[in-house]
Design a protein around this ligand. Structure first.
Ligand code: 15L
Length: 279
């Protein structure tokens, strides 16, 4: 019996990773050599310890010229840049409103490379964990940060409808090395599954502009991704492998703790931050 030769996984030529100095990007960077020959790592600061497949490109998202230069020549973009937690409005506005507009304008100027837009589960953060929702559910943002992500999702949709710019909108759950709470047994997304999602998004025959919840193949979940089955993404990790570890760390979860009440965990209870350090 002869082995059937396996087709080599498809690769991009030049992939842009924004937010490259952030924790999630730092964790996935080594895996991105599977996706592209060259990865342009972009953030406000230079990335230290460049890997052999990487090139540095400093760009603050609110600086169009810098973003435009980073996007030039790329055939795919993973957008993890921006303000990724709740905070004062001004920096959220600079990075997640102006910045995302700059990114889409640059993509329009450079041939519409496919984009994986890192949105957040917090756009539906006010839903109770007792309710399972799909991508059609009306957003219930739990923070200014989440509202800015809804803007990004809407912008992606508008660029798709107007210009055919394809984007995979990934409402990332909790992308860490392992689930750290009972909530994360539902929201956890492994690094490997994130990267396999990007691979799928870049090479699906037809991408469109789907909204997908960024979670692994968790047995427990409060999100339904069946509308995106056409993409053929099959996440492989399952948080169930970490149940004992989570239970040991958090033996008696309080059912009234917001962490165990809302999809967004503690975010619904966070205050509005009205001041920045510059004020
Ligand atoms: C997010 O959107 C944050 O960027 C991340 O720090 C986590 O809080 C994550 O959501 C989560 O909900 O676990």
């Amino acid at each position: 019996m002869t082995d059937t030769p396996q087709a080599a996984p498809k690769k991009l030529r030049r992939l842009l990773l924004t937010g490259a100095t952030g924790a999630m990007a730092t964790a996935i960077r080594p895996l991105l050599s599977e996706l592209a020959d060259t990865v342009v790592v972009s953030g406000r600061r230079e990335v230290q310890n460049l890997l052999p497949h990487e090139e540095n490109c400093c760009a603050s998202l609110d600086d169009f010229d810098a973003v435009n230069a980073a996007v030039a020549g790329c055939d795919g973009i993973i957008h993890l840049g921006g303000y990724s937690i709740e905070g004062p409005f001004r920096p959220i506005q600079d990075a997640n409103i102006q910045g995302v507009y700059n990114l889409y304008e640059a993509a329009r100027a450079h041939g519409h490379p496919r984009i994986v837009f890192g949105s957040s589960n917090h756009v539906v953060g006010f839903y109770p964990q007792s309710e399972t929702i799909d991508a059609q559910a009306v957003p219930r943002p739990d923070s200014l940060y989440a509202v800015s992500k809804i803007y990004g999702e809407a912008l992606a949709r508008m660029y798709f409808d107007k210009f055919g710019q394809e984007t995979a909108i990934l409402r990332i759950g909790s992308c860490f090395d392992y689930p750290k709470s009972h909530r994360m047994l539902a929201t956890w997304l492994s690094y490997e599954d994130f990267v396999s999602f990007c691979q799928t998004a870049f090479h699906a025959p037809k991408l469109g502009c789907p909204i997908v919840y960024g979670m692994s193949n968790n047995t427990r979940s409060f999100w339904d991704n069946s509308a995106a089955d056409y993409l053929g993404w099959t996440p492989k990790s399952n948080s169930e492998d970490f149940v004992a570890q989570v239970q040991e760390a958090h033996p008696n979860p309080d059912p009234n703790d917001p962490l165990n009440v809302y999809h967004g965990g503690t975010f619904p209870e966070l205050p509005i931050v009205t001041e920045t350090k510059d004020d």
